[in-house]
Design a binder for this molecule. Structure first.
Ligand code: GDP
Length: 297
């Protein structure tokens, strides 16, 4: 059946939020990501075995899901932003309840603010004897954070990554935040996606973890990724299962690129190999030129 309107595939639907975890060193970013990963139904179904893709999805009983970038810290966030990739919808700011606000907490706050990304606070290590979540809240308020219980709209949740408490409340808080943002994406049509991580596999060649921003990424298509190009030979989901397509906010690993892209690179679908080669060559030329300019400075 042929559609009557020309902007085929323009249906806009709600999409899961993409979340980055930031905070001071040792405040529990990695532990929290690990604990969250284990709450996912998909992880449970796969017997807890998931691929390390640089991103994972927590799917909930309600049918809702949340995509987490699995590279904690500010460097990854900044690198992506520097390349123009607005991948993150929400930042989880992790603050240890015993340690309180520290220099990198403030740095994370500044990053989120500069990127105009809303924050949900996770006060971690609440199981510790020295935990003082109320003190953390006062500290954050004095940094200008308008916490919900003080009349603002920033949610703060008390958790323990090691005891696995408060995780469901944190997930609910993230879904609520996402709901307020009314995150939506075009589901059909050519994909617009970003690389969140890339690595070279001995047997399979360059592999990139991608998150689709809009449209559907389909196996077999020619793509230009940053300055590289390729034809997607395989798409795998976070449990390593081969799939034909990737929809918005679903992290997938793509195989078939000719070179190694970088985190933050955009993925554009093109109609032919010729076009892919041409675009890639053009972008490489521009990169070289920019590099020379930098050296000349
Ligand atoms: P990151 O540097 O922010 O990624 O912090 P890590 O996740 O590596 O955690 C730093 C240390 O704090 C590790 O020894 C963790 O076991 C510990 N830790 C993390 N979360 C908790 C928690 O909820 N409770 C307690 N008691 N320890 C925690």
């Amino acid at each position: 059946v042929k559609r009557l309107h020309s902007n085929e595939g323009s249906e806009i639907l709600p999409r899961p939020p993409v979340v980055t975890v930031m905070g001071h060193v040792d405040h529990g970013k990695t532990s929290l990501l690990d604990a969250l990963r284990q709450t996912s139904l998909a992880a449970k179904e796969a017997g807890g075995i998931t691929q390390h893709l640089g991103a994972f999805v927590v799917s909930m009983q309600s049918g809702a899901s949340i995509t987490f970038l699995d590279t904690p810290g500010h460097a990854a966030f900044s690198a992506m932003r520097a390349r123009g990739a607005a991948v993150t919808d929400i930042v989880v700011l992790v603050v240890a309840a015993d340690d309180g606000v520290m220099p990198q907490t403030l740095e994370a706050l500044a990053h989120a603010k500069a990127a105009n990304v809303p924050i949900v606070v996770a006060i971690n290590k609440c199981d510790k004897p020295g935990a003082n979540p109320e003190r953390v809240k006062v500290q954050l308020a004095s940094e200008g954070l308008a916490l919900e219980e003080m009349g603002g709209d920033i949610q703060a949740v008390e958790v323990s990554a090691t005891k696995k408490t408060g995780l469901d409340i944190l997930e609910e808080a993230l879904l609520l935040q996402a709901e307020m943002m009314e995150l939506k994406a075009r589901v059909d049509g050519p994909a617009q996606a970003y690389v969140v991580e890339a690595r070279l596999d001995k047997g399979r060649g360059p592999l990139a973890t991608a998150i689709v921003k809009a449209g559907t990424l389909i196996c077999g298509r020619y793509v230009v990724v940053g300055a590289e190009w390729g034809r997607i030979r395989a798409i795998r989901d976070t449990i390593g299962k081969l799939t034909e397509k990737a929809k918005p906010a679903m992290p997938v690993e793509i195989e078939g690129l000719k070179g190694l892209p970088m985190a933050g690179d955009d993925i554009v679908v093109v109609e032919s190999e010729e076009r892919a080669r041409m675009l890639s060559a053009g972008r490489k030329k521009k990169l070289d030129k920019d590099r020379l300019l930098k050296i000349g400075e």
